[in-house]
Design a binder for this molecule. Structure first.
Ligand SMILES: Cc1cc2nc3c(=O)[nH]c(=O)nc-3n(C[C@H](O)[C@H](O)[C@H](O)COP(=O)(O)OP(=O)(O)OC[C@H]3O[C@@H](n4cnc5c(N)ncnc54)[C@H](O)[C@@H]3O)c2cc1C
Length: 459
């Protein structure tokens, strides 16, 4: 029997995880795998760019998990600098455009994996393409930024546009490089992925680190000097001088090809799949990673959440299914962690605003605790906020802001959410304790106790 043909569009987390998994399960005699990537890298970690920019890790090589050559050695035909420009689903073929030679060729498939990722938001502002304005989506972006920072003298000014997690991570990188940093954010608080009260803790900490945080403010233009280079970022009220500007305005699913081919898209423009990551209604078309919407298990809705942790899991599931196995991706609970300098930021589940949108009645509890036993050296403060459903006490969400040891505590809450636990059930979780690691009541347990008391008081 002739080998089946798997075509993958997009050579990073979701695409190459799918290709690698399928190859592990099926040899070249059974499955021919071709992956098209328009860039110059495969299996790279954009997540590491802020730490490369900040000089914490080396790049770009250390951020590449597997090069095109390594994939080829494993029997995956990787075509670099090749963009897929059209899908012919009826004819089961994709049009591949070699960006160097200009050559275009149709390539047939039995299974198609769409793993085209997301594209950064880049508003059409005056001056936005000026030298000195940097995105941080790709390793090429990272290289350009690192070169610019290496060439810059300390004491210069940087403006980060957007105070989501990428914006705050980039603020840290620029602080580390000796820049005076201003972050300009349209929302009322940094980290709009947190409730306002928790976002204010992030603002206070950033301000304490010497980072200027400007909120409720939209950038209206990027000003350039006589040499054409960036000079300042303009808002309605004033200009913020800048030698370097970094854009962290979020991303949208890259589904241009999918849309043109008539594949089903959700409200965000992300592809809709079933639990096996098969595009809804299309037997042999699969999609994963940032180009898809994921099922939020707490709200029951699909949402666009662009995270590498999902993309890698999607790829594994797709690869298994394409190879004839059976795997599913049940959904997410909305867990994300991040940091700015020594401040750790974590969330999982619903925010207050999201709970209200879902029509849920809830109680909330916020507690102050410490990362270690209070008497143990190095104990640092930590704020934990917990939301529980009114009446039932079902855990709805947790946010944590604190210093060392704060972020990954949210994983306990993520597991509790996945298991559908009540806050009362959480109070007796058998979490590890010794003075160097936590107080005898871990901060998550303290929050659960307080939330359980609130549930009881409200019932
Ligand atoms: C600065 C930064 C920090 C991040 N930090 C974290 C973090 O800490 N934790 C976390 O979980 N996530 C993080 N992420 C997000 C994470 O990097 C993404 O979720 C992940 O890379 C998504 O993988 P993907 O394979 O879906 O898409 P991508 O990584 O975007 O890969 C898609 C690939 O498809 C290629 N492509 C697109 N269209 C075509 C086409 N038509 N033809 C050929 N090739 C095409 C693109 O060139 C790209 O290489 C971060 C992202 C950034 C930018």
């Amino acid at each position: 029997m002739a080998a089946q043909r798997l075509v993958v569009v997009g050579g990073d987390a979701a695409g190459m995880s799918a290709a690698s998994r399928a190859r592990r399960l099926r040899g070249p005699g059974e499955l021919e795998i071709t992956a098209f990537e328009r860039g110059r890298f495969t299996s790279y970690s954009a997540c590491g760019i802020p730490y490369w920019a900040g000089g914490v890790v080396d790049g770009p090589d250390a951020l590449i998990a597997r090069t095109p050559e390594e994939h080829r050695d494993r029997g995956i035909d990787v075509r670099m600098r090749t963009e897929v420009t059209a899908l012919d689903l009826q004819g089961r073929r994709v049009l591949a455009h070699d960006l160097d030679s200009g050559e275009e060729r149709w390539h047939g498939f039995d299974h198609l994996v769409l793993a085209t990722g997301a594209r950064p938001v880049r508003p059409p502002l005056e001056g936005i393409d000026a030298p000195g304005v940097h995105g941080v989506q790709t390793l090429d972006d990272g290289r350009a930024l690192v070169d610019a920072l290496d060439g810059g003298a300390a004491g210069r000014r940087a403006v980060v546009v957007g105070a989501g997690y990428i914006g705050v991570e980039m603020a840290e990188a620029l602080v580390r490089r000796g820049y005076a940093v201003t972050v300009v954010e349209r929302s009322a608080q940094p980290m709009a992925t947190l409730d306002p009260d928790m976002g204010e803790l992030v603002r206070d900490a950033m301000t304490g680190m010497g980072i200027e945080v400007v909120t409720d403010t939209e950038v209206t233009a990027v000003r350039t000097g006589p040499d054409g280079r960036v000079r300042a970022v303009a808002t309605a009220d004033r200009e913020y001088p800048a030698d370097v500007v970094v854009l962290g305005l979020g991303v949208r699913p890259e589904t241009t090809l999918a849309r043109a081919a008539g594949l089903p898209l959700g409200a965000s423009g992300g592809l809709l799949t079933d639990r096996s990551m098969r595009v809804r209604g299309h037997e042999n078309v699969w999609a994963g990673g940032d180009c898809t919407e994921v099922l939020d298990l707490v709200s029951g809705r699909t949402r666009h959440i662009a995270l590498g942790t999902h993309a890698n899991k999607h790829g594994q599931v797709i690869g298994t299914n394409v190879a004839g196995g059976h795997a599913t991706f049940p959904g997410v609970v909305g867990t994300a962690v991040s940091k700015v300098c020594d401040l750790e930021i974590a969330r999982t589940g619903l925010l207050e605003a999201q709970a209200r949108e879902e029509g849920l009645r809830y109680v909330s509890a916020t507690v102050e605790s410490t990362s270690r036993a209070g008497y143990y050296p190095g104990a640092r403060p930590m704020t934990v906020k917990m939301l529980a459903e009114h009446g039932t006490g079902r855990l709805l969400g947790v946010q944590i802001v604190g210093r060392e040891g704060a972020a990954k505590r949210v994983d306990v809450a993520a597991v509790a959410l996945t298991a559908g636990m009540t806050v009362d059930q959480m109070t007796s979780l058998d979490l590890g304790y010794a003075p160097p690691f936590s107080p005898v009541w871990d901060p998550v347990l303290v929050a659960a106790r307080r939330a359980a008391a609130e549930v009881a008081a409200a019932s």
